[in-house]
Write a protein that binds this ligand. Sequence first.
Ligand code: ADP
Ligand code: AMP
Length: 215
Amino acid sequence: MKIVLIGPPGAGKGTQAEKLAVHWKIPRITTGDLFRQAVSEKTPLGLKVQGLLEKGSLVPDEIVLGLMEERMSKPDCKTGFILDGFPRTVGQAEGLEKWLGRVGLKLDSVVALEVSKEEAVGRITGRRQCASCGNTYHLHFQPPKQEGRCDVCGGSLVQRKDDEEKTVRHRLEVYDKETAPLLAFYQKKGLLKKVNGLQKPNAVFEEIKASSLIK
Ligand code: ADP
Ligand code: AMP
């Protein structure tokens, strides 16, 4: 299965990518996580993109495409992958299509998670992430068993810098301008599946699995 998850920040892409990766036994590739890791390790890439991530602006297409081509070429991607947070511009989608063509692959499905703007803001501002293992929680919708502590590893839960409300509003504007045009792009190719992201996580999961089986 080669599937793309599209949706505004807070739509639930990461939450669903995690579940789908376990279900289909394929890797979840999350560009945001790759960039955050590079920032925390202070690699040359991390130093280049740090300011853009903090502002909630997009990393240039050529950097994203280079990173993703390298990642998707790894052996664990032979049986498929879930792309979470990529592509995010028409330029990236065209680059992805060219790369897939070169290696003889095709996408199976592009799932658009639909949520309202207010829901997205509420989800993101309440999101907390484990500083050690990266597991994601929500203060109200998916609270940890012990306040401030990760259920999986006991690490402390922190708010991403770009999850503060002012930056979130900017990220939503960037989504409307740069990423929303991908919906028409993939609709024309017959790949787009729209899924109601306002349901409970398990209901969204079931809808994605069912829609991905329809050709
Ligand atoms: P994205 O990767 O699209 O930015 P996440 O998967 O990180 O979104 O979800 C954003 C926040 O919303 C997280 O705190 C997560 O726990 C919560 N969340 C995810 N899916 C749902 C849902 N269906 N209903 C309520 N909260 C959700
Ligand atoms: P996310 O974790 O998906 O919310 O992404 C966090 C940040 O990483 C974004 O605000 C961008 O700065 C950067 N980023 C992630 N994916 C991409 C992408 N495909 N294209 C450009 N920038 C990206």
